[in-house]
Design a protein around this ligand. Structure first.
Ligand code: NAP
Length: 323
């Protein structure tokens, strides 16, 4: 037998998974749990950033069912084990390419090619960070990107928010319920946020603004906690220091959709477009859930909810195709 024929024969024999789930945050893991319970033996490709944004959070106090709160990574571990119990399998490769042009769909990692009858995309979104070394070292030690998750830890403390969009203002308003003082630092002298949010923030006596300013450094890495920010006025180049106990970076999120450009329909901001009230993408048999298709709610519980929807959509799709 010549080599070509041998290769062809090997491809024919390769296992075709019922469902491959790309991404192992709350959306992907919930999709895994539901598809596993539907006897679909899903394969989850978690990637090197398994667990998603919850791995960056400390205590999660707003996930129903955990009266006393739960640490983000622990919550991920529990859902992971719950899905595993019903037969979900996991691999930790990073997906480098997908081919959804024909079925079975092809998913490529550096090591192998996997085949699937249905695919659930749950690659999430990543916080945009400032890119400072001190920022990276203090994440979870006073530096956060989620006021909803972490505001409670700043009761009667002074915090700084970086950004000028709706997220920055929304997070600031939420933080005023806990913190004694909230300072918004924006790189321009005009906010990007909607007028209504601007009015609300400007009316709040706990909120003050520092304009035309960038954050140059966060102190104090040696002490392992936030004590101040070094600021630079972009008009005068003057550097000052502002004492604070916490820093919230709210300069936007980026959906992790690089792999799907020119394959799945994305909106102007790069999020996957799904059909209303479903997880259907533009490709039949490919579903999207969690933050990769949601820039409105962005909560662990809503990600889990859409993960459940994607699993049900995938199950019904496979059934309709006679699998
Ligand atoms: P956004 O609208 O893109 O705003 C990001 C802000 O961060 C901008 O003010 C931007 O400054 C600043 N920024 C970006 N990169 C920066 C950097 N490297 N250093 C310093 N500052 C930086 O993002 P978002 O606020 O997360 O909102 C995303 C979308 O969700 C928006 O469409 C928003 O309307 C929506 N949203 C709505 C609500 C609501 O209606 N309640 C709440 C949250 C979010 P510049 O202005 O100078 O570019």
């Amino acid at each position: 037998m010549d080599k070509t024929k041998r290769t062809e024969k090997k491809e024919v024999k390769q296992k075709v998974h019922n469902v491959i789930i790309i991404g192992g945050g709350p959306a992907g893991l919930t999709a895994a749990l539901y598809t596993a319970r539907a006897n679909l033996s899903p394969l989850v490709i978690e990637g090197s950033r398994a667990g998603g944004q919850l791995m960056l959070t400390t205590e999660v106090e707003n996930f129903p069912g955990f009266e006393k709160g739960i640490m983000g990574p622990e919550l991920i571990e529990i859902i992971h084990k719950q899905a595993e119990r019903f037969g979900a399998e996991f691999i930790s490769d990073d997906v480098v390419k997908v081919d959804f042009s024909a079925r079975p769909f092809k998913i490529f990692s550096a090591e192998k090619t996997l085949l699937a009858k249905a695919v659930i995309v749950s690659t999430g979104a990543s916080t945009k960070w400032l890119g400072l070394e001190s920022e990276q070292k203090l994440i979870g030690k006073g530096v956060s990107s989620c006021a909803t998750c972490d505001a409670y830890f700043f009761k009667d403390k002074e915090v700084v928010i970086i950004g000028g969009g709706d997220s920055a203002l929304e997070e600031s308003l939420f933080l005023t319920k806990f913190a004694s003082k909230v300072t918004i630092i924006h790189r321009r002298d005009e906010l990007r946020a909607s007028k209504i949010m601007q009015d609300r923030a400007k009316k709040n006596s706990k909120i003050s603004f520092i304009w035309d300013t960038s954050v140059e450094e966060i102190k104090n890495v040696t002490a392992g906690k936030v004590s101040a920010v070094v600021l630079k006025n972009l008009k005068t180049n003057k550097t000052t220091e502002l004492k604070c106990d916490g820093i919230f970076v709210a300069i936007g999120h980026e959906p992790n959709t690089k792999l799907f450009r020119n394959i799945l329909t994305l909106d102007q901001k790069g999020y996957i477009t799904t059909e209303p009230r479903s997880t259907y993408t533009n490709i039949k048999g490919v579903f999207a859930c969690g933050d990769v298709q949601d820039h409105v709610y962005k909560q662990a519980i809503t990600a889990a909810g859409t993960g459940c929807m994607a699993a049900i959509d995938a199950e019904r799709f496979l059934e309709s195709e006679g699998h």
